[in-house]
Design a protein around this ligand. Structure first.
Ligand code: FES
Ligand SMILES: [Fe+2]
Length: 361
């Protein structure tokens, strides 16, 4: 169950992560956009055929960043001497050597890149054949067009690892303390212990908040939590007055100590109304979380047993850490196929139990 930082990086490389918004990509044009994913600098571009590419951001010739070059058809052209690189990372042209040869080793890393939900997603290692996380509000709107208003929040980068960011989102005991009066009540500090299931590569549970008077823009009510492993949280809310709301967040692991969060907040009521109050409510929640979550030391999630002390009201994070550690262990023991098998084993509902009060994870 112990997993090192190397194990965790290798595990996260098997999954799709968003690295930028389409707007950010457009703003960088004609240059590729420079982003960082799991400690690697990447040059991201939209190619002439409408696809996307993700290349290691270092030209193999004289090490100029490809992100200061420009997009040329379905390739990226280096700014220094004009070499071009295709989606697979192979050099296709050396202008100073029009008759070749192009050296065999003239190749930069090329990764899978696709657009979904207005974001560019990159997968560094495709061997586990993982999926992009679902977005229930987008699915709802696709099934019944025009029934949802999906509002995209401004992405934010926090000096905390993705797993800690995710864990904070689903930490039921912190609502009373960090979000007293916003999402919880300090005079009701004992959260329910939800029944947690593993389904379709996700952890799922339901939650009912305490009685409170809240603003209409609050995401507050009976909630169904879905956590597509490893770094996405999707929460559906049914408000007292009948409206459906949805909060979706995915944490890009810039490196193990830094995450960039992409998020949306969606509603099926007030479709023509002002988005500002809905975004403002989330801004309040983030302002409450940030000073605490960005001051966890170390900023990386440590899966080593006994490093932190857990109690039974940490049930959700205990189970999240358990699955992360299982996936890292599966990778170490059986490679990407074993990770795939662990995710597939969760394709049917699997109740997960907590063993009384735990003193460590
Ligand atoms: S450094 Fe890229 S072409 Fe020379
Ligand atoms: Fe919070």
């Amino acid at each position: 169950m112990n997993a090192t930082a190397t194990d965790l990086t290798a595990l996260l490389e098997l999954f799709w992560h968003p690295v930028c918004t389409l707007d950010e990509l457009d703003a960088a044009a004609p240059h590729p956009l420079r982003v960082r994913l799991l400690g690697r600098d990447l040059a991201i571009a939209r190619t002439a055929d409408g696809g996307h590419l993700a290349l290691g951001d270092r030209c193999v010739h004289r090490s100029a960043r490809l992100s200061v070059g420009w997009v040329d058809g379905d390739r990226v052209r280096c700014a220094y001497h004009g070499w071009t690189f295709g989606r697979d990372g192979r050099c296709r042209e050396i202008p100073s050597m029009p008759d070749g040869p192009i050296p065999e080793r003239a190749c930069v890393p090329g990764y899978e890149a696709v657009e979904r939900y207005g974001l560019v997603w990159v997968r560094l290692d495709g061997r586990a054949d993982t999926c992009i996380p679902a977005h229930p509000a987008v699915d709802r709107d696709a099934a019944q067009p025009g029934t949802m208003r999906i509002v995209t929040g401004e992405p934010y980068t926090w000096p905390v690892g993705g797993p800690r960011r995710v864990e904070n989102f689903v930490d039921l005991a912190h609502f009373a303390w960090v979000h007293d009066g916003t999402l919880g009540r300090r005079d009701e500090p004992v959260p329910p212990l939800p029944t947690i299931r593993r389904e379709d590569g996700e952890m799922r549970f339901e939650f009912d908040p305490p009685d409170m008077d809240v603003d209409d823009s609050a995401l507050f009510g009976h909630s169904e939590y879905r956590m597509p492993m490893p770094l996405t949280v999707s929460i559906e809310f049914w408000l007292e007055h009948g409206a459906y709301r949805h909060l979706w967040m995915t944490a890009c692991p810039v490196d193990l100590a830094t995450s960039r969060c992409f998020w949306t907040v969606s509603r099926d009521d007030d479709l023509d109304g002002d988005d500002a109050p809905h975004l403002a409510f989330q801004a309040i929640v983030l302002e409450e979380d940030e000073p605490v979550v960005c001051n966890q030391v170390p900023p990386e999630l440590v899966l080593e047993p006994g490093f932190e002390i857990s109690v039974k009201t940490d049930k959700v994070s205990i189970e999240y850490r358990r699955w992360l550690a299982e996936l890292a262990a599966a990778l170490a023991a059986g490679g990407p196929a074993a990770v795939r098998a662990s995710l597939d084993a969760a394709s049917r509902p699997t109740p997960v139990s907590v063993r009384g009060v735990l003193t460590s994870t």
